[in-house]
Structures are given as structure tokens and as C-alpha cells.
Design a protein around this ligand. Structure first.
Ligand code: PRP
Length: 226
């Protein structure tokens, strides 16, 4: 995006979303705030889609959403707490949307996990895409973790003897079970968060605040029904 577009005060309010599991939960929330894409976001190959309410949507990878918001290329976005904890972007996080709920766990082969957590002073190999959080956790345990960075399908690494543990998201637990792995400990409860660029919040408050208020009410109402 040309830099001039970032600075244009009259560009449409821009919302960064990612395709995948949480999009189906995200769209009804946005609709409650009068924000509906002109096209089916699950089907379109476009990366930028106009919507009602004078907004436009960017469709990007989950791991990139906070980057677009941090740089002001998007005014707001929806992103998992796991990615916010791992990458620590400079964005406002005013609202837990209570969707995409899961947990970030340490898991491993049953026979290893049942022997107990690694002792302080020991060294293990851990496969993950959460390098920072994993290193920090094991440092806090006094354990040296050799991090093996993977981009997905972490569960395979212990099966082929490449890692002793994984640190990954667990939702239903069925992926762990199918691969003979068990949870050792939960590091964080995860859900999706609304994130906002701080400068956008200051300069476009009249546009953003009503959306934030409506989303907050919609989330509270949904939570009240649970
Ligand atoms: C996520 C996560 C686990 C799985 C957990 O992977 O990384 O592999 O879902 O879900 P479950 O507990 O309900 O089985 P995803 O499908 O998003 O793909 P990825 O491996 O490419 O990250």
C-alpha cells in the first residue's frame, strides 16, 4: 500500500481479518455493528473487499493481522491472543470477543509426559511456532529448551523423534489424541481480540467508538446467553 494511502484521513475505515476458523464467528459480530462485506469473504480471491458502513476489509494471514494494524494500514483487526502474546505488537486491545476460544499448551508423547515435567537444569527439544513464549516458559522452569521452529502440524515432530514436546494451540484435543500425545500443562487461555491502531483511535474516534460500543454490547449479550 503506498504510504500516502496510510496518511489519507478520508480513506475508508479499514478492518483486517483472517480467513479460517474464526471468520465464521467474526462475521455475525461485525454484522451486529452494521459492517457487512459486499462479497462472501470465504469465497472471494480478493484481498481487499468493500463493505457497508463505509468500511473495507483486508483478508490476510492470521499472523499478519496485528502487523497491518500496528503499521496503520488497517485501523482495526481481529487476532488471537496467542499471536498478541508472541509478537507483542503496539496496538490497543480493548475487547475480548470470546470467539476462537482454545488454549496454548505444552504437550508430548504420553510415555514422556507421564515421566514428569523436565527437571531444572535439563535440556529438551521443543517444536513450536511460539518461539518467544516457549523460551520464556522454559527459562522460568530452569530448563534449557532447544526451540525447533515449525509453521504448522507441530504434532508430527514428536512422532518422528524430532522433538520431546510441542507448544501449540489445543481446542478439542482431538489432534493430540489422534497422534498419541497428551497435554502436560496449559500456558494461556486464548481467544480472539479486537485490536485498534492507537493513532486511528485518536483521529477516527467518532467512527471507531460506535463500532467498539456495538461490538462490546454484542459480545456481552452473547456471553449472557451462554
Ligand atoms: C490448530 C492447532 C492444532 C489444532 C488443535 O491447527 O495448531 O494443530 O488446531 O485443534 P484440536 O485440539 O481441536 O484438534 P490448525 O488446524 O489451525 O492448523 P496448523 O497446524 O496449520 O496450525
Amino acid at each position: 500500500m503506498p504510504r500516502s494511502d496510510l496518511l489519507q484521513a478520508d480513506r475508508p475505515l479499514t478492518i483486517a481479518l483472517s480467513k479460517g476458523r474464526i471468520l465464521d464467528d467474526t462475521l455475525p459480530l461485525l454484522e451486529s455493528a452494521g459492517l457487512m462485506p459486499d462479497e462472501d469473504l470465504n469465497k472471494t480471491r480478493k484481498l481487499m473487499v468493500d463493505g457497508t458502513g463505509g468500511v473495507r476489509f483486508l483478508l490476510i494471514r492470521a499472523a499478519d493481522v496485528a502487523t497491518y494494524v500496528e503499521h496503520g494500514a488497517a485501523d482495526m483487526g481481529i487476532v488471537g491472543r496467542d499471536l498478541l502474546l508472541e509478537h507483542r505488537p503496539h496496538v490497543l486491545q480493548p475487547l475480548d470477543l470470546h470467539i476462537g476460544c482454545c488454549r496454548l499448551c505444552v504437550a508430548g508423547p504420553r510415555e514422556l509426559v507421564e515421566k514428569g515435567a523436565p527437571k531444572p537444569g535439563s535440556r529438551i527439544r521443543v517444536a513450536t511456532k511460539y518461539d518467544y513464549l516457549t523460551e520464556r516458559y522454559y527459562l522460568s522452569q530452569g530448563v534449557h529448551a532447544d526451540i525447533i521452529h515449525l509453521y504448522g502440524s507441530m504434532e508430527l515432530a514428536p512422532l518422528v523423534g524430532m522433538a520431546d514436546r510441542i507448544v501449540d494451540l489445543v481446542e478439542t484435543g482431538s489432534t493430540l489424541k489422534a497422534n498419541n500425545l497428551i497435554e502436560e500443562t496449559t500456558l494461556y487461555d486464548i481467544s480472539s481480540r479486537l485490536v485498534i491502531n492507537p493513532a486511528s483511535m485518536a483521529t477516527r474516534k467518532s467512527q471507531i467508538q460506535p463500532i467498539l460500543d456495538t461490538l462490546t454490547a454484542a459480545v456481552n449479550q452473547t456471553e449472557g446467553q451462554v
